[in-house]
Design a binder for this molecule. Structure first.
Ligand code: NOJ
Length: 526
C-alpha cells in the first residue's frame, strides 16, 4: 500500500446494518461482538472503514434512527466495553469506524423530549420545534411527514403542535437553539474521543427549517409528501456555517471523515455541502438510483464530478439500508453477471466506493409477502404499493448452515431462501464468485493509484452497451471497459502498449473483442 494512502479517499467503505450482520449471542439480532468476529473477513475483503448504522439506545420505531441517548450503546447490540473492543480490534486491522449520527431528530423517548413535552416553560421545551395551532385549531402549516400524514403532532396539554419530518416518534430538534447546537457538537467530540474516525450524518440538510415556517408551494406528486415543493422544510442557508463548525471539530483529529446524507437534493446542491470547510463528502443518490444503462451511469458520474469543487472528493454507492439491493434491481433471478459489472463499475470509478453489507455476495432483497410480516413501520401505511425497507435489511449469509450462519435462533427478519448457495463460505470456495471478484478488484484498486485517486476521462464508444473510461494519475493510465449487455462487441484499442490488470490480455493490434458482460481493466505499459 502506498505511503500516502488516505483511508477515506483511497480506501473502501463498508456499511454494516448491525441488526443483520452477525449475531454472537443467538438472540436473532446482530450485535457488536458479532461484528468483531467478522473483522478478519472484512480485512480480507479489503475494507478500510465500516459505517455502522445506529447502535445507540433506541425504542426502534425506525430501527435505531430514533435515538434515545447519543452517548451510549443499545444493550441489544452490546455494551460500551464491546464498542471499545471493536474500535481496538478494528484499528489493529487498519479498519476505521464511521458512526451514524442522527441529529435532525431524537426519539420521543429521549429524556430531552420527555422534558420538552412537560410544559411550555420547561428548559427543554425550546429544544424542539413547537408552534401554536392555527386559529381553526389546525396544524401551523402544510408540511407533510416523509413517512405519511401531516408533519405536526398536537399535544393537548400544551395546546401546541411539534414538528416531525419522519414518524411522530421522531420529533425534530430546534437547531437554532444554541444549547441544542452545543449538545450535538458534543456528540461528535464524544465519539472522536472513543476512537471513531468518521461520521455519516443522517438527513443533515434538514436540520434547519424556514424560521417563519412558511407553507411549501404545491406540486404534482404521488404521495402527499410529494405534493409540495420542499423549499421551506429542508436545505436552509444556516447549514453552511454549521458545517464549518463540525469540520473544525473533525479537524482537531488527524484523518477524520464526515459524509452527509442529503435529503431531496440534486447533485449540485449535494456537492455544495462538500469541501475544505464543509463535509468531506455527501451521498449522490442520483447515481445510485440509475436504471441499468451505461449512459445513465456515465452521465450521473460526470454530473457529480463536475458539481464537486476541487477541494472535495467524490464517493459512489449503489445501495444502502433504504433502497432495494443492487442485485435485486439489476439481476435476473440468480444470475450475477450484472452484479459483477456493477461491482466493477463501483470499484473502478473515481470516488470512494461504499459497499452495503451483502452486496459482495449479491444478496437479494427478501420477498415481503404479508402485511403482518412487515417490520419496518413505513411498509404498513403504504401496503401493498410500498412494502417498506425490510427487503434489503435481512441477515447476512455467512454459510449454508441454519439461518445462513447468522444465528442459531430465528433471526428478526428471515434469511433469503437462496442462502444455501449464496453465502460467504460457498462463494469463498468458488473462484468465479461475485465475492472473489470483489476481492480481486479491491486488490487491483489498492495497487493502482490511478484507480484510487486518478482523474476520470470518459470514452464515448458504444454508450448504449459499454461504459468505458480512463483513470489517469501522473504518468499512469488505466482503461476500464465494462459491457452492460449480453452482446459481444468490438472496442477500438487505444494507442500505445496495454496489458491486462483484469480480464483477457488485449491483442497487440486491432480491436478488442468485448464478451457479454465483460470486465476489462487495461494498464498502459511503457
Ligand atoms: C434516513 C435514514 O437512512 C433512514 O433509514 C431513516 O428512516 C431516516 N433518515 C430518518 O432518520
Amino acid at each position: 500500500m502506498k505511503k500516502d494512502f488516505l483511508w477515506w479517499r483511497d480506501g473502501i467503505i463498508y456499511q454494516i446494518y448491525p441488526r443483520s450482520f452477525a449475531d454472537s449471542n443467538n438472540d436473532g439480532v446482530g450485535d457488536l461482538p458479532g461484528i468483531i468476529g467478522k473483522l478478519d473477513y472484512l480485512q480480507d475483503l479489503g475494507v478500510d472503514a465500516i459505517w455502522l448504522s445506529p447502535i445507540y439506545p433506541s425504542p426502534d420505531v425506525d430501527y435505531g434512527y430514533d435515538v434515545a441517548d447519543y452517548k451510549d450503546i443499545d444493550p441489544q447490540f452490546g455494551t460500551m466495553q464491546d464498542f471499545e473492543v471493536l474500535v481496538k480490534e478494528a484499528k489493529k486491522r487498519a479498519i476505521h469506524i464511521i458512526m451514524d449520527l442522527v441529529l435532525n431528530h431524537t426519539s420521543d423517548q429521549h429524556p430531552w423530549f420527555i422534558e420538552a413535552k412537560k410544559s411550555r416553560d420547561n428548559p427543554y421545551h425550546d429544544w424542539y420545534l413547537w408552534k401554536n395551532p392555527k386559529p381553526n385549531g389546525g396544524p401551523p402549516n402544510n408540511w407533510q411527514a416523509v413517512f405519511g400524514g401531516p408533519a405536526w403532532e398536537y399535544i393537548p396539554e400544551l395546546d401546541q403542535y411539534y414538528y416531525h419530518m419522519f414518524f411522530k416518534e421522531q420529533p425534530d430538534l430546534n437547531w437554532r437553539n444554541p444549547q441544542v447546537r452545543e449538545a450535538m457538537l458534543d456528540v461528535f467530540r464524544f465519539w472522536l474521543n472513543k476512537g471513531v474516525d468518521g461520521f455519516r450524518l443522517d438527513v443533515f440538510n434538514a436540520y434547519f427549517k424556514d424560521p417563519e415556517f412558511k407553507d411549501n408551494p404545491p406540486q404534482i406528486g404521488i404521495r402527499p409528501f410529494d405534493w409540495q415543493k420542499h423549499i421551506f422544510d429542508v436545505s436552509q442557508p444556516e447549514m453552511y456555517p454549521l458545517l464549518g463548525e463540525i469540520r473544525a471539530i473533525m479537524d482537531t483529529k488527524k484523518n477524520t471523515y464526515v459524509v452527509g446524507e442529503t435529503f431531496l437534493a440534486d447533485p449540485e446542491q449535494t456537492a455544495s455541502y462538500c469541501g475544505d470547510d464543509k463535509l468531506h463528502a455527501a451521498f449522490n443518490f442520483n447515481f445510485a438510483e440509475n436504471r441499468w444503462h451505461p449512459k445513465r451511469f456515465l452521465r450521473s458520474a460526470q454530473q457529480w464530478y463536475n458539481a464537486l469543487s476541487d477541494d472535495a472528493w467524490p464517493n459512489n454507492f449503489l445501495s444502502n439500508h433504504d433502497m432495494h439491493r443492487t442485485a435485486t434491481r439489476f439481476c435476473l433471478d440468480e444470475d450475477d453477471r450484472r452484479a459483477k459489472v456493477a461491482a466493477a463499475m463501483l470499484l473502478t470509478l473515481q470516488g470512494t466506493p461504499f459497499i452495503y453489507y451483502g452486496e459482495e455476495i449479491g444478496l437479494r432483497d427478501i420477498p415481503i409477502r404479508r402485511k403482518g410480516d412487515v417490520k419496518d413501520p413505513v411498509g404498513k401505511p403504504f401496503w401493498p404499493f410500498f412494502k417498506g425497507r425490510d427487503g434489503c435489511r435481512a441477515p447476512m449469509h455467512w454459510s449454508p448452515k441454519e439461518n445462513a450462519g447468522f444465528s442459531t435462533t430465528n433471526p428478526w427478519l428471515p434469511v433469503h431462501k437462496n442462502y444455501l448457495k449464496r453465502n460467504v463460505e460457498t462463494q469463498t470456495a468458488d473462484p468465479d464468485s461475485l465475492l472473489n471478484l470483489f476481492k480481486q478488484l479491491i486488490r487491483i484498486r489498492k495497487a493502482e493509484p490511478a484507480l484510487q485517486r486518478g482523474d476520470f476521462i470518459p470514452v464515448f464508444e458504444d454508450p448504449q452497451y459499454l461504459l468505458a473510461f480512463f483513470r489517469t494519475y501522473e504518468d499512469q493510465q488505466v482503461l476500464v471497459v465494462l459491457n452492460f449487455s449480453s452482446r459481444e462487441l468490438l472496442f477500438d484499442r487505444p494507442e500505445g502498449n496495454w496489458s491486462a490488470l483484469f480480464g483477457a490480455e488485449p491483442p497487440e493490434t486491432g480491436q478488442l473483442t468485448i464478451l457479454p458482460f465483460d470486465i476489462r481493466l487495461l494498464k498502459k505499459t511503457a
